[in-house]
Every structure is written in structure tokens, then in C-alpha cells.
Design a protein around this ligand. Structure first.
Ligand code: ARG
Length: 277
């Protein structure tokens, strides 16, 4: 049964996660994936459990989709789709290596009472490339999602303010690798992932906390925000300090084995009651 409001026990809402069962790097669809540096399975499980534990401890409510064998990237549930209320726009993956995940995610959403929609104009990789901050929907295009698909998503979900930005660095191929709304009016950003014009556009739309290049490559923008608590990758002290100055508490977690596939904390979770942080 779908509950759209967060319960007092879980004030920061519900998230969809996928416990790693067949997680691996078996192909290369982004520059982080290297077939000669595959993840250590046991360590990946430990890191995932630790992330899971932090989200629960900080008041997140988790829902689980089973990991289907043969789809190693399915752990990155941010790419399942984009949810608003009881509606979800299902992802249409750019690469055939991930396309088989769509049927499993569709089944999960249908079983759990969501109205499932789809795009017809190009590819769309869900919350990986589309992030709400309040009523505004920030969308990244260029590598995995198409601009036309974002427009369809906005109209399917009744979004009136769409802010499309082009991603220009292949290492930051999804918007959630370089941009993270913290509140409806504040976001973390890696400026190097955007061209000058789009960075200005971001600046006009939301106040930005800029991260260093060094922290950006540790995936520091790939964070799970639970109120004023932020769960994010380990090894980025200057960003933790910047967050503290804004009243946020950083909770670093080691996610090296997932960064080997090009993902971290945010990629491993999908917001199910998306109110825009
Ligand atoms: N290996 C996966 C891919 O390239 C990683 C996905 C990361 N997800 C994200 N939301 N950034 O598709």
C-alpha cells in the first residue's frame, strides 16, 4: 500500500533501494567503469549495509526492490524513474546494458500502487538526471537523458518550472553526480560539470554551495539529504565544513566499490515521496 506522507517515525520520507546481489562492473558505459578494477563483492555489501543503516538511523524509511540477476547496475535505483505523488515516470535507459532493468522497476512501481508513465522522445534516466528543489525540476541532459524527454516528464508530472542544464564532463554524466538540492533554495554544485551559461542559469534559480574539484571526483554531490543530515561519500572534509556552516551535518560513508561503477549514495536510492527536499 502506498503512503504518500511521511510518518512521524520516518520524518524524512521513503526511499527505494536495491540490496546488491548481482552487483558488478561487467561493461563500461561511463568513464569510472574499468573492467580491470571490478568491485570487491564483500566490501560492496558492507558499504551498502552501512549506507542503509545511516538512512534508517537518520529517519528515512526504506523500501526494497529485488536485485534481478544479470543486471549488475540495478542497485542504482535513482535511475528507476522520477516520482511525484503517486505518479512515476519510468526511466528509458540510454544503453542496452541497463535497459532490462526497466521491466523490474515497472513491476515494483505497479505492485506498489504507482501510476506508471513513460517517455517517447529520447532517453530519460530518472532521478539520476532530474532533481526537484521545491517545485522546480532541475534536469541534466547530454549524456543519458534528452531534453525533449525532460519536457515530457515535466508535462506528465505537472511541473511548471523546468530548469534544463547540459552536462559537459563525461565523468559527471548524470545530474546527481554534480548537483544536489539541499533545500528548495540551496544546492551543492560542482561548477566544472556545467558550461558558463548553464552555471549562471543554476545561480539564478537556486543558491549554490560550490564544491572543490577534488571533492567532486569523490562524488561528494551524490548525497542523500534527510532534513539537515546529509549522507555522502567519505574523504571530502572541505565540503563537510561548508555544509556545517549552513547548519547541515555531514555523515560520510565509504562507497569506493560503488564509485567503481560511477555511483555513490544518491545513485543507490530513489525518493518515493518526492516533495523536493
Ligand atoms: N554504472 C551505472 C551507469 O553508468 C551507474 C549509475 C549511477 N547512477 C546515478 N544516478 N548517477 O548507469
Amino acid at each position: 500500500m502506498v503512503m504518500t506522507n511521511s510518518s512521524p517515525l520516518f520524518p524524512h520520507g521513503r526511499w527505494l533501494v536495491c540490496r546488491p546481489k548481482d552487483y558488478d562492473v561487467r561493461y563500461q558505459i561511463n568513464p569510472w567503469m574499468d573492467l580491470s578494477r571490478t568491485p570487491e563483492k564483500e566490501l560492496a555489501r558492507t558499504q551498502w549495509n552501512n549506507l542503509h543503516h545511516h538512512i534508517l538511523r537518520l529517519g528515512g524509511w526504506l523500501e526494497y526492490v529485488d536485485h534481478a540477476d544479470g543486471w549488475p547496475d540495478m542497485v542504482f535505483t535513482a535511475n528507476a524513474g522520477l516520482v511525484r505523488g503517486k505518479d512515476v515516470v519510468l526511466s528509458k535507459f540510454r544503453h542496452p546494458e541497463r535497459a532490462g532493468e526497466e521491466a523490474f522497476f515497472r513491476q515494483w512501481f505497479e505492485t506498489n500502487g504507482f501510476s506508471v508513465h513513460g517517455v517517447t522522445r529520447g532517453s530519460f534516466e530518472g532521478e539520476g538526471d532530474a532533481l526537484f528543489a521545491g517545485k522546480k525540476l532541475f534536469c541534466g541532459y547530454g549524456f543519458r537523458s534528452d531534453r525533449a524527454a525532460h519536457e515530457e516528464v515535466a508535462s506528465l508530472l505537472g511541473v511548471s518550472e523546468l530548469i534544463p542544464v547540459q552536462l559537459q564532463d563525461p565523468r559527471f554524466y548524470h545530474l546527481d553526480t554534480c548537483f544536489c538540492p539541499l533545500t528548495p533554495t540551496l544546492a551543492l554544485v560542482h561548477p566544472g560539470a556545467f558550461n558558463e551559461q548553464d552555471l549562471k542559469q543554476l545561480e539564478r534559480s537556486i543558491e549554490l554551495v560550490r564544491v572543490s574539484d577534488e571533492d567532486a571526483v569523490h562524488f561528494v554531490c551524490n548525497a542523500v539529504v534527510l532534513g539537515t543530515d546529509v549522507v555522502l561519500p567519505a574523504g571530502c572534509p572541505s565540503t563537510y565544513e561548508a555544509l556545517a556552516k549552513r547548519g547541515f551535518t555531514a555523515h560520510p560513508v565509504a562507497l569506493s566499490e560503488f564509485i567503481k561503477a560511477g555511483g555513490a549514495a544518491k545513485c543507490l536510492s530513489l525518493k518515493l515521496d518526492n516533495k523536493g527536499v
